[in-house]
Design a binder for this molecule. Sequence first.
Ligand code: FAD
Length: 466
Amino acid sequence: MSNRQSADVCVVGGGYSGTMVCANLVRLGYSGTIVLIERGRRPARGVAYDPPSERLLLNVPAANMGAWADDPSEFHRWLIGRGREVAPGTFVSRAWYGEYLEQKLREAVDASRERLSVVHGEAVEYSNDDGSHRVVLDDGREVVSPRLVLALGNLRPGPLPGVRVPGGAGWWHADPWSAEAHAPCRNGERVLVIGTGLTMVDVCVSLTSVGARPKITVLSRNGLLPCVHATPGFKAVSATPPEAGWPLRRIVRHIRREARRVMREGGDWRAAIDCVRPWTRAIWSGLSAKDRERFVRLVRTPWDVHRHRVPAEVVARLVELQQRKSLRIVAGRVRRVENAGAAARVAWLERGTQREESAEFDRIINCTGARTSIDASPLLGAMAAAGVIRSEEIGLGVQTDAWARAVGRDGNVSEGVWVVGPLRRGTLWESTAVPDLREQALDAAREVLGDSGVSGARAPETWCAQ
Ligand SMILES: Cc1cc2nc3c(=O)[nH]c(=O)nc-3n(C[C@H](O)[C@H](O)[C@H](O)COP(=O)(O)OP(=O)(O)OC[C@H]3O[C@@H](n4cnc5c(N)ncnc54)[C@H](O)[C@@H]3O)c2cc1C
């Protein structure tokens, strides 16, 4: 690539979302040039599907992980085609899914006849030159395009609120998805994992993968762990979803009541959570800004642990670690982190008693969850400063309209800027897993097609356009 490259479409972020926007564009017959910018060493895989260990599993069954919106079971067939004979409901290795996505990208590049190219580098700066979006990479190269799709995905967790961590400390792992954070432990190694969600689960599986016996403490404000996926044996009892437009309090009460009813009738409480999924966008957009803020502050953690579940074998592993005294779970809030020779001394306030506890650790991993604030990314910061994007009202990513178009500082839609993936959480709430993102990737590709005046482009079939 010369120092300056022009393209008809520039997609920043080559994880699932960016890859599948490109693949959909090619499949829909887009005739323009597309540049996909990815900073990681393995485009297509993103953060989730380039795991440091083969043992880390998908949290969605294979039969529902197909990358195309119109073919959810394709991934399962792909596995079978490669001699990986698994049942449709199996939770397979995330590394296998990464291979599958790499193939999707390769196929799209081949089918595009050199119209789709991948550029390696991190997009860090932005300017708008007469309606053209100019994206500058960390090594000074530039991509200029009238259409820009932001698919930056899961931004690394932010600093611990109110806690200063000494700089340059070898025990501190700010990136919970890095190979260093996941390096298997030695016997007796003292590890603190801050956060008790899905990333914590991954970390515990990796750290103990070679049979060592570390001493892992996992700590979060609530100490709540993700629930387990359903096991067979429950009666099929369905639940009724809450209605869009109800206030948050009524929605929460309704879901709880439905869960209890389903259980009384011999069914599985998960039905009361899962029935909400097709309606999440409508319910979320029907909440007032105050209720959304309240949801994030008060309901998000209990909701996430019930909604984002883990396979039974993973839970069995955690239980085994607890029984071997290799894992303890603590509810509390970190107050101080200090150097203690080669290790760290951490003090926390125990939930409930408010007693201060402290201990020394050889490794601390920040698993407090992907950041959603736009100042977590230099590119987004530069775009916000240029006025073409703005933060979503309560800081959940970038503000977009129902058609994935970015909203600028002045409240108007920005010409030729779309957002796909976790950065749309504020607009959609469910904007994380492949079953949600595959529709988004298709819709964004159709939008780009529509915008470029290519005949045959269809309007996006979003929930609000129906
Ligand atoms: C650990 C983990 C496990 C998960 N497991 C599952 C699962 O089993 N099933 C499921 O459905 N969902 C899972 N998810 C949800 C996951 O978010 C989505 O499935 C999907 O991977 C999101 O893809 P994405 O492309 O939007 O984001 P990401 O995967 O985060 O990809 C974004 C990409 O953008 C790149 N990037 C960011 N900024 C820049 C920049 N400025 N310049 C250049 N490149 C940039 C990053 O390097 C990255 O490759 C998981 C998420 C995580 C974090």
